[in-house]
Design a protein around this ligand. Sequence first.
Ligand code: BTX
Length: 320
Amino acid sequence: MKGQVLKLLREHNTTFLSGEKMSQVIGCSRTAIWKHIDALRKEGYDIVASQNKGYQLRETYPMLSEHEILSYLPNDSLFTNVIFYRSINSTQMAAQKQVSDGMTHGTLVVADEQTNGKGRLGRTWHSEKDSGVWMSLIVKPDIAFEQAPQLTLLTAVSVTRAIEKLSKVNVTIKWPNDLLINGKKVCGILTEMQADTDRLLSVIIGIGLNVNHKQFSDPLTDIATSLFIETGKTYDRSQLIGGILDEFTKLYQLYLDDGFAIIKPLWEAHASSTGKKISARTATTVIEGIALGIDNEGVLLLEDEAGKVHKIYSADIDLH
Ligand code: BTX
């Protein structure tokens, strides 16, 4: 019945349609109509209500689909092979399967919903349907094994630039893999490598971007945000994906040609922690101090109270 409500609203999108009229046409109660409108809004549809006139669908974006995504890819895109799932456990896991089946460089795995989205260190990434960009990029760069984490920073810059271009909102990067808006997490990046003893075989870069979420529930209420929450606007996720891949394609080529030095200043321009007091929780210890920035390899430099500078390769960062 939700589909019928949506269809009716679409057919009358230049005017308001009363709940009563809709309930007559569809043959249900006004309460049922209201419930479906509420559900549609939660999915991201912009339906305005006027007390005397009823409801009007203001704008709709097409559902995420392979076709929609392909239509937004730049002509010179690194990614030409798009694999789309309406629902899957995790695009990282699906991408891993693609890699083991021999899928090469330039494959993009996207899902409208993840039922078991992965964060780092076995954590969960909340990935509800119709709301976000949940995708994994498969690349096979000719770089050393130790350089692979630089791709996380490159991806962070790509996503930041795409968001800022589309939404005009200010995004900061918290080393190494969080993008924040007004101090809350809007995007997380998970970089996983496949390697044999001395060679990097492929890298899967997972991007989880909160786009059209109206709200978050516990335990994310205070830590997560979305582009909708920050700007009051609904975004076409396929367009966002196209924007991210456009930025990624450009930066990736620059990176392969000229190395991380070209990415470093772009990353630094968005860094949230440089010059600030932070705690770095590594696998074995917690180090407190002032974040000095990143070195030429992308490693975080942290100066403790005694003036000793620590190189942090992997950690969770808390800003003070
Ligand atoms: P992370 O380990 O840095 O962050 C995970 C933590 O972030 C969680 O423990 C939780 O506190 C918080 N969190 C969970 N979901 C959300 C959310 N939607 N918005 C904001 N905060 C959240 C970050 O890991 C890396 C996440 C990568 C996700 C992508 S989605 C596509 C790809 N497939 C997949 O399974 N993972 C990646």
